[in-house]
Design a protein around this ligand. Structure first.
Ligand code: F6R
Length: 586
């Protein structure tokens, strides 16, 4: 949610900030703004809409070499110019990612001091508070204001009296420091500056970063100068540009054979799997996998494999439910937190809750150095590379693959079956034009159902989410046998139903459910084995592949269906309305 970029160095800041905002736009795209430290003082430009709308109002020529920028996903107040960041009060100008939970109390406190904000945001209150605490020393003001904040924040801050310096601080929201040659960046995510430098360091909670022309200085909670390790970002052969594809989503769909291969090669060498967990790794209690959205759906596939192969009882929980459910956990259980961004607020809170209860935690995360990666007892990185499209594709498949690897390890099975996965995904991608044709046929539907059983229900849920989030066709996924317990009343003439059958043992059962909806006029698309004998249906045939590869390769077919349905409807595929990539608020 919301993207922050800041620059301090010898180059002109404006183009660097705009370029960074474009790279961060997947995090929020309701409005955007920048603040530039010009000779005449700090100048703010902000605009409702995408970064392109902001660009249109920028001055011809800016000489500023220091500035901050923000792309917003609205939480407090509508996406209007006045609510866009940066916000300024008195001597303080700042950008914010996060949510201030004691906003109401702060509003009242500031009002009692005779101060009134002009926007509806919680961010402006931070600027007011910081200005109120400011007595000439920016770090003192930052600490004093932050001490009064409840909630989460990453902040890039400029002080009018210190025009050479950019400050950064964070709590429960990401902020990374980019380290160039005599120039420095702050950003919510590495791709915002990785064209300029691969070197970065991570800011921890309670620390303050001071970026000035003489360098980057980090201070701990007690204002002592500290040194931190530097890292080098390595995206390998995965670039953060579209590489000729019309959309990042399509590019990322087509990267799947390669990133899945990379993930398997990284963690399975001959019969040795996930050696970083240790040779004797075992779980004596149950496994609980926690995630949100597609990560939760990957967890459902993982549960299927962990129970089927390793015979370990596995539960799956939606992170936002888990954290308030007073969960029953024992020390011999394992809690797995699964997250592409590693910053999802509810998943992070679930991790902290599990740790409080003394249960071992394992993070399966895509973004290096993210909060979940840093806080989990053990972390395993998916090798998906940067995912830019808001709707996840390659990160989801890699998450499922990681859970499969874990299942194979705990079951003491050879990972050989997994090696078929890249090829199975290739076969799915070869059906692109058929997927497009079918998607175009169903693209005018208002409502649609997915049905499946067992692991195919898990795939159906992901297929349904993908379709609705990018095409805006209302879609629901049902356990195939459950539809007749109420929801079948919604099936009428020509209602589209997509039936997923990768599990041959369940084919006759789901086939019976297909007949039930056909009898009520539904038009059915079957994603099923070639010789499945399912008459009167559109078909997307599944070539022979093993039980682990088939569901993932089917999820890829569903991604293509969703992509082409969205394309036919002309929606904003990479940045669907109301969404943001990294959900750092609960
Ligand atoms: C759907 C999608 C979301 C994410 C969810 C969790 O396409 O991308 O449902 O899967 O917000 O995000 P992470 O994995 O970053 O925790």
């Amino acid at each position: 949610m919301c993207g922050i970029i800041g620059y301090n160095g010898p180059r002109k800041a404006e183009p660097l900030l705009i370029d960074g905002l474009k790279k961060l736009e997947y995090r929020g795209y309701d409005s955007a703004g920048i603040a530039l430290v010009e000779k005449q003082g700090i100048q703010i430009f902000k605009k409702e809409g995408k970064v392109a709308a902001l660009e249109a109002i920028l001055p011809e020529e800016s000489c500023a070499t220091i500035g901050i920028g923000h792309t917003r996903w609205a939480t407090h107040g509508a996406p209007k110019d006045r609510n866009a960041h940066p916000h300024s009060y008195g001597k303080v100008t700042l950008v914010h990612n996060g949510i201030i939970e004691n906003e109401q109390a702060l509003r009242t406190m500031l009002k009692n001091q005779g101060l009134s904000p002009i926007s509806d945001t919680d961010t402006e209150l931070i600027a007011m508070l910081m200005d109120h605490c400011y007595r000439g020393d920016p770090r003192d003001a930052i600490r004093a204001a932050c001490a009064l904040l409840e909630g989460s924040y990453a902040l890039g801050i400029l002080f009018e009296d210190h025009p050479q310096t950019l400050y950064a601080v964070r709590k429960d929201n990401p902020l990374i420091l980019g380290l160039g040659e005599g120039e420095y960046f702050i950003a919510s995510d590495i791709p915002a500056f990785s064209d300029h430098t691969p070197a970065y360091c991570l800011l921890d909670e309670g620390e303050i970063a001071e970026l000035s022309p003489s360098g980057l200085t980090l201070y701990d909670r007690t204002d002592r100068i500290i040194k931190k390790p530097h890292h080098i970002a390595d995206f390998g052969d995965i670039s953060t540009v579209k590489d000729g594809y019309e959309h990042f989503m399509k590019k990322e769909i087509f990267e799947q054979p390669s990133v899945v291969r990379k993930t398997i090669d990284r963690y399975a060498e001959n019969d040795r799997i996930l050696t970083e967990l240790g040779e004797d790794f075992r779980v004596d209690g149950k496994i609980l996998i926690v995630g949100c959205g597609s990560a939760y759906h990957a967890a459902l596939l993982g549960k299927n494999a962990l129970e089927k192969y390793a015979r370990i009882p596995t539960e799956v929980a939606i992170a936002s439910e888990f954290r308030y459910s007073d969960p029953l956990l024992k020390k011999e259980d394992l809690v797995i937190l699964i997250s592409q961004s590693g910053e999802t607020a509810d998943t992070l809170a679930a991790l902290r809750l599990a740790k409080e209860k003394g249960v071992p935690t394992l993070g399966i995360v895509n973004v290096f150095g993210s909060s979940i990666a840093r806080e989990a007892d053990t972390v395993l990185y998916t090798m998906a590379g940067p995912e830019i499209s808001v709707a996840t594709t390659k990160a989801y498949t890699c998450q499922a693959v990681m859970l499969y690897l874990l299942a194979m390890k705990l079951a003491h099975r050879s990972p050989a079956e997994l090696k078929e996965l890249p090829q199975a995904i290739e076969s799915a991608l070869e059906q692109e034009s058929l997927c497009q044709k079918l998607a175009e046929k169903y693209a005018s539907a208002e409502h649609l159902f997915f049905i499946g059983r067992g692991r195919d229900y898990a795939v159906s849920r992901e297929g349904s989410l993908k379709l609705k989030e990018i095409s805006y066709i209302h879609s629901e996924a049902y356990a195939a046998g459950e539809l007749k317990h109420g929801t079948i009343s919604l099936i009428e003439q020509d209602t589209p139903v997509i039936a997923v059958i990768t599990d041959r043992t369940l084919l006759p059962k789901t086939a019976a459910n297909i007949k039930e909806v056909r009898a009520r006029g539904a038009q059915v698309l079957c994603i099923a084995p070639k010789n499945g004998l399912l008459p009167d249906c559109d078909r997307l045939d599944l070539p022979d592949c093993n039980d682990l590869a088939a569901p993932i390769a089917t999820a890829v077919r569903c991604q293509l269906l969703a992509y082409y349905a969205a394309l036919a409807r002309g929606t904003d595929i990479d940045q669907p309305r109301n969404l943001a990539k990294s959900v750092t608020v609960e």
